[in-house]
Design a protein around this ligand. Structure first.
Ligand code: NAD
Ligand code: APR
Length: 237
């Protein structure tokens, strides 16, 4: 299907796009939720119960993300943003910074980011690269109130209004490397489809969500560059 060059594109990525960069997904074999209980490390209640466990979990993920490198899928999305005539918004559920390091600019981290810390005393946000613990001092209010800037289960994702507006105007919605089990991200394909956007899924295995009009099964580092190439060569037809 050819997409109008004027069409704006919304891309949603999940843990699967970072899998070939060596970062664990959540629900695959050996995924993060196999070794960690979501209730302990990805809920406000878990943080209140045992903050050290949560700090350790995100410190470990921050160190791993720093060691990882963007893969061909991340670079292909940066190329698409650069070369596509219409607007391209990248919404990621991922908290690593591989999209930024691959060159994407127009990014929304709807679940937060490992390289950011949030102060629950004063609400300020600061970029963060090292480990965090209960004694880490907030540079804004000088109190030990920093937590990982991660949206946990039961909390509200970031920039939902901007995402809703972008989906309403999109001509093409591409979902990459996500199991589509967590809302509201899992509902984006329906929102885009309601506004006549063409909807595409690129995933290791098809999620079986029939709201996607096209589905490309395969590894992101292979399938995403191929799809981006087909989109961009379609411009010259
Ligand atoms: P949810 O109830 O929609 O849960 C979706 C999926 O998460 C479930 O299908 C299950 O696979 C898993 N899950 C949820 N709670 C679990 C538990 N206690 N044990 C095992 N698996 C569990 O999620 P929700 O509570 O409605 O949260 C949705 C909100 O939280 C949204 O704002 C979402 O963006 C945010 N969120 C953030 C993260 C994160 O780690 N950053 C993770 C998930 C959800
Ligand atoms: N290429 C493409 N897809 C892949 C690859 C790969 N190399 N490897 C795995 N996948 C697919 C899997 O088939 C699966 O459908 O990526 C998806 C990963 O799904 P999840 O592990 O559920 O991760 P995600 O969808 O990002 O989870 C959503 O749940 O717990 C929260 O905060 C967490 O943001 C995350 C949210």
């Amino acid at each position: 299907m050819s997409i109008s060059p004027k069409a704006s594109i919304v891309i949603l990525t999940g843990a699967g796009i970072s899998a070939e960069s060596g970062l664990a997904t959540f629900r695959d074999q050996g995924g993060l939720w196999a070794d960690h209980d979501i209730r302990d490390v990805a809920t406000p209640e878990g943080f209140a119960r045992n903050p050290d466990l949560v700090f350790d979990f995100y410190n470990m993920r921050r160190r791993e993300a720093r060691k990882a490198q963007p893969n061909a899928a991340h670079y292909a999305l940066a190329r698409l943003e650069n070369d596509w005539p219409g607007n391209v918004l990248l919404v990621t559920q991922n908290v690593d910074d591989l999209h930024e390091r691959a060159g994407s600019k127009n990014i929304i981290h709807m679940h937060g980011a490992l390289n950011s810390a949030l102060c629950f005393e004063c609400g300020s946000r600061q970029s963060w690269s090292g480990d965090l613990d209960q004694g880490t001092i907030c540079s804004n209010c000088s109190r030990p109130g920093l937590r990982p800037d991660i949206v946990w289960f039961g909390e509200i994702p970031y920039h939902m209004e901007d995402i809703g507006e972008a989906l309403a105007q999109s001509g093409l919605f591409i979902s990459i490397g996500t199991s589509g089990t967590v809302y509201p991200a899992a509902g984006f394909v329906m929102e885009a489809g309601m506004h006549e956007a063409h909807t595409i899924e690129i995933n290791l295995e098809a999620t079986g969500n029939t709201l996607f009009q096209e589905c490309y099964e395969g590894k992101a580092a292979t399938a995403v560059p191929e799809y981006v190439e087909s989109l961009l060569t379609g411009l010259n037809r």
